[in-house]
Ligand binder design. Structure first.
Ligand code: CS2
Ligand code: MN
Length: 361
């Protein structure tokens, strides 16, 4: 196995899936997790990190990837207060390095993390999936969107949707009024210029997650959207430690993004440290719902995606991404055990076939 198969876990208090179950998924290497209760911008305490590490390792799983250390809005906005938060971020990187963390996933999306208009769309087979309907979203106000995300969350906290932050919605929107795409890009580069030397020192790789969906919403700028934009900030801070989480479902929501090509392109640059692999089914130009990982269930060719990952000699971390809710499971939308475990089995199958076929030649 070239890559390391991982599974996202939301911690002991906030995940209904026990580590013991995750451990039984064939081919599993480790979990990717985080300290979800530390307010964004604050330093992650060493003892808390080590406590989490112990828990994961006691279950026989590796603790090498964090998703996410979120970035304070002041950094994205480029406010003068950002330096204080950048210092805190650096200290968090140092603390995580001490605990053996190798990759930090993060994102640079203003205000909202990923967005969906329905968190439990029923498919004909009875499974539930998350849907993004662009026409519907255009008719929602940001407040209405937050309400509908909260309603659909089944009582679970959703990653990137911390309620304390969303209470300040109005003032956040006000502050982003003067921030355009170029400002946001410059603010990202400033952040990277400051933290990447620390990453080089402690051997921790940064892996930015693409915007989901990869276009501007509610007039907010977005920059991690396509090859051209991604290349700009990778080149601006030209270090292997400044890398990507290549999320197929996020980037691929824009039909112009050719995922296997992007994997080959950034993979050959040595900049992909983490892969999120999932499938979506288009229902319109900019509308889609999430499906099982299987190629024939969605719009992506998962064989081609895995082949590209294979061809770049990928030895980083990979995980299935959002899955369906099936078999009566109650859980956090997108993050049930069953369908993500099926996703892993399928991706492992594709990989074994690709590997053996390529050695037969
Ligand atoms: C999402 C995000 O697609 C995904 O993986 O669930 O919440 C993602 O974890 C963050 O954007 C990464 O910072
Ligand atoms: Mn993802």
């Amino acid at each position: 196995m070239g890559f390391k198969m991982t599974f996202r876990w939301f911690g002991p208090k906030d995940d209904n899936i026990p580590l013991e179950y995750i451990r039984q998924i064939p081919g599993i290497y480790g979990v990717v997790t985080a300290l979800f209760d530390i307010p964004v911008g604050e330093v992650w305490p060493e003892d808390r990190i080590f406590e989490l590490k112990r828990m994961v390792e006691d279950a026989g799983l590796k603790f090498e990837v964090i998703e996410s250390v979120n970035v304070h809005e002041d950094i994205k906005l480029g406010l003068s207060t950002r330096d204080r938060y950048i210092e805190n971020y650096k200290q968090t990187i140092r603390n995580l390095a001490k605990a053996g963390i190798k990759v930090i996933c993060y994102n640079f999306m203003p205000v909202f993390d990923w967005l969906r208009t329905d968190l439990a769309k029923k498919l004909p087979d009875g499974s539930e999936v998350m849907e993004y309907n662009h026409e519907m979203l255009k008719n929602l106000t940001p407040d209405e969107l937050v309400k509908s995300m909260e309603k659909g969350s089944q009582g679970f906290s959703l990653p990137g949707w911390e309620s304390y932050r969303l209470k300040q919605l109005q003032s956040l929107f006000e502050m982003y009024k003067d921030v355009d795409e170029n400002n946001l890009l410059q603010n990202l580069i400033y952040f990277l210029e400051n933290i990447i030397p620390v990453c080089e020192e402690c051997d921790v790789k940064m892996a930015i997650h693409p915007d989901d969906p990869p276009w501007s919403l509610f007039g907010l700028p977005r920059v991690v959207t396509n090859k051209e934009n991604i290349e700009k900030f990778l080149k601006a801070v030209d270090s292997p430690y400044n890398g990507l989480t290549l999320c197929t479902g996020s980037l691929g929501a824009n039909k112009e993004n050719n995922i296997p090509e992007l994997i080959r392109y950034f993979g050959k640059m040595g900049r992909i440290h983490f892969m999120h692999v999932r499938n979506i089914k288009f229902t319109g130009e900019r509308s889609f719902y999430e499906t099982s990982h299987l190629s024939t269930d969605g719009s992506f060719d998962m064989f081609e995606i895995m082949k590209a990952i294979y061809e770049i000699g990928f030895d980083g971390y990979l995980r299935p991404d959002h899955g369906r809710m099936i078999w009566g499971e109650k859980g956090r939308p997108g993050y049930g055990l069953y369908d993500r475990a099926l996703g892993i089995a399928y991706l492992n199958g594709l990989w074994e076939a690709i590997d053996k076929m390529s050695k037969m030649k």
